[in-house]
Write a protein of this length. Structure first.
Length: 624
């Protein structure tokens, strides 16, 4: 009975009854019917003026940013619920599942700050129990298992090397044996790679070496660093060596001293290595048996992109427009925040973009159903997962797309579109198609907004992975705020009326891009946006690292921006940056650290793997 009394309080002013007063109620609750809300009710007036697009946007974002979803961290129950909500709506709109009858494209990813957990490790050699992290380590690509087996030396475990080199005979069978493997590749007397000259060539890829012995039946692997390797790592690896891939068998690394004991002493290890360097030995059995027991809990995180198709018509039906936004967020701070352990619901980032894509899917489905236009491109509505950890969802899609990427006219990305202020909107990618120079001002001038244009096609969101595949992109963004990546990015900070204006503008772009002639991709020459500058680096290199390909060492480049020092020095797509001077590049984070420590004018000698050759490339760094 408290509710009627509270409602009564609301209407007392209009009855000239003092507030804070109780009165006798009606005998029947059904006859209690206060007057309508006052005409100055701010919330109702706001949405009446904002219109149906704002109301629909608010409905979607209210669910997606609800604390009940736990911040939509990939692989969690909250992410699953968000996915069910998105797919239910796509189904209601009449869209079709994008991935061979499924709405979902599953994938796995690792983040740099994560590592597998070794829950059990036991190694015994000649009745001697070894000490973990002193005598050996369990590598991050190890599986869970237990094996006691004889050891077979397999040299560098290279299936096919240069000049016919191989560590194996054609009929080498390692079934039921533990393979003792040298890391890297054949060295010369100075400890330098015979094939690369500096650092190592592609034959040293540890994933391939591991797979070679697994394919031949190995029940376990022992890795050891060559004793006289100039450019190789020293000491034992860490469990973060999950970059080596994943396996189902126990894999450990021994110290050189311990491996020498298996072979009869350090002098014997050095002698056998020299023979392996010369290619005069292949595999041979040892007299020792080793017990390996490992239990590893993988750090791989599970994620799912979501996609729905609105089929086109006529001659353009096999061409595509992609409209996307990521639906994941930080959960309880698993990455990308200083507030670990606190709930991050991610209203603007990026429940707003996901809600906007849903509104567009509904509107465009109705447009396609009602239009008399007989020639329209198909539209793929994509909701990316794991964007916050490193653009993994979009990387997974462009590596395994549902269409020929060349058939995509434009990719439109909506990330953080819920905080429109001063009617100011950012549009990036405006230099990625020649037609954008004329099209964008023409469409923006029909709105009340001011659009800040950035020509570059790269940036801290999912359009980057499409741009590196030579696809024109447009990235709509209403700007950062103090609440970005904090627990305060909540629903009450959102501007639904502003989001509706952004959605209306994007809809105008779509209506042009689905039936006008295909735009022409162009590599921007004026971009000032790259990952280095976003990390407040004093210099800009101008390369596009791969966000999906993890190497044992080095950074794979998917592209190089025009007009940058990287291009001027001759760096190219598909190059692998191996080293910055004498510093090994173990991943993108290491590169960012080095860039932040540099100054304009510094000259860096990069070791670069190009094809099967390692070369030096000198780059004079420039300010961003």
């Amino acid at each position: 009975m408290y509710t009627p009394i509270l409602i009564c309080f609301i209407t007392l002013t209009s009855l000239c009854i003092p507030t804070g007063t109780t009165i006798e109620g009606p005998r029947s609750i059904r006859s209690f019917n206060p007057e309508n809300l006052a005409s100055d009710d701010a919330l109702r007036t706001y949405f009446e003026e904002a219109g149906p697009t704002a109301i629909e946007f608010q409905q979607h974002i209210s669910l997606l940013a609800n604390p009940w979803l736990g911040g939509r961290q990939p692989g969690t129950d909250g992410s699953t619920l968000a996915g069910e909500y998105i797919t239910w709506n796509l189904h209601q709109f009449g869209l079709e599942p994008a991935f061979e009858g499924s709405w979902f494209q599953p994938f796995e990813f690792d983040i740099e700050s994560s590592a597998p957990t070794v829950t059990h490790a036991f190694v015994e050699v000649n009745a001697k129990i070894l000490t973990e992290n002193v005598d050996y380590v369990v590598l991050g690509n190890s599986g869970t298992g237990a094996v006691k087996a004889p050891v077979t030396f397999v040299g560098y475990a290279i299936e096919i090397g240069q000049d016919g080199y191989s560590s194996f005979e054609v009929d080498t069978d390692l079934t039921g044996q533990i393979a003792l493997m040298l890391r890297y590749e054949p060295l010369d007397e100075e400890g330098v790679s015979q094939w690369a000259g500096r650092r190592f060539g592609p034959e040293s890829a540890i994933r391939d070496k591991m797979q070679a012995v697994i394919d031949r039946g190995a029940a376990g692997v022992i890795l050891v660093n060559p004793p006289n390797c100039r450019d190789g790592r020293r000491g034992l690896e860490t469990v973060r060596s999950s970059r080596f891939g994943s396996t189902d068998i126990p894999i450990v690394q021994f110290t050189q001293t311990l491996a020498g004991e298996l072979l009869g002493g350090m002098h014997k290890l050095a002698e056998i290595q020299r023979n392996a360097d010369a290619g005069s030995i292949t595999t041979f059995p040892l007299d020792e048996s080793v017990t390996l027991e490992t239990a590893v809990e993988t750090s791989a995180m599970h994620a799912r992109n979501i996609g729905g198709i609105l089929h086109g018509k006529g001659d353009l039906a096999n061409e595509w427009l992609v409209i996307g936004g990521h639906y994941d967020h930080l959960g309880f701070g698993y990455t990308g925040t200083s507030s670990q352990g606190e709930l991050h619901v991610g209203a603007d980032d990026n429940a707003s973009g996901s809600a906007a894509v849903l509104v567009l899917a509904n509107q465009l489905a109705k447009t396609y159903a009602q239009t008399d236009d007989t020639t329209l491109r198909s539209i793929l509505f994509l909701f990316f997962d794991a964007e916050e950890a490193g653009l993994y969802g979009s990387a997974a899609f462009v590596e395994d797309p549902i269409m020929d990427l060349e058939t995509i006219n434009v990719m439109i990305n909506m990330d953080m579109v819920g905080r429109l202020r001063d009617n100011s909107l950012s549009i990036s990618g405006t230099g990625t198609a020649t037609e954008f120079e004329e099209l964008i001002p023409k469409l923006v001038e029909n709105t009340s907004m001011t659009a800040s244009l950035t020509t570059g096609g790269t940036g801290p969101s999912d359009h980057t992975n499409f741009y590196t595949k030579d696809i024109p992109v447009l990235f709509f963004f209403t700007g950062l705020s103090d609440e970005y990546h904090t627990p305060e990015d909540r629903l009450h900070t959102i501007n639904p009326a502003g989001a509706a204006r952004v959605i209306t503008l994007v809809d105008a772009f779509v209506n042009v891009l689905v039936d006008e002639p295909k735009v022409h991709f162009t590599t921007d020459t004026k971009s000032r946006t790259n990952r280095a500058s976003r990390m407040n680096s004093p210099v800009r290199l101008g390369v596009h690292p791969s966000y999906s390909e993890q190497l044992e060492t080095g950074i794979l480049l998917t592209g190089v921006s025009e007009g940058t020092c990287a291009q001027a020095a001759g760096l190219q797509a598909d190059d692998i940056l191996l080293a910055w001077g004498e510093t090994e590049l173990t991943g993108g984070r290491k590169l960012m650290e080095l860039l932040k420590e540099s100054a304009p004018g510094d000259v860096v000698k990069f070791t670069v793997r190009r094809g099967k050759e390692n070369i030096f490339v000198e780059v004079t760094l420039q300010a961003p």
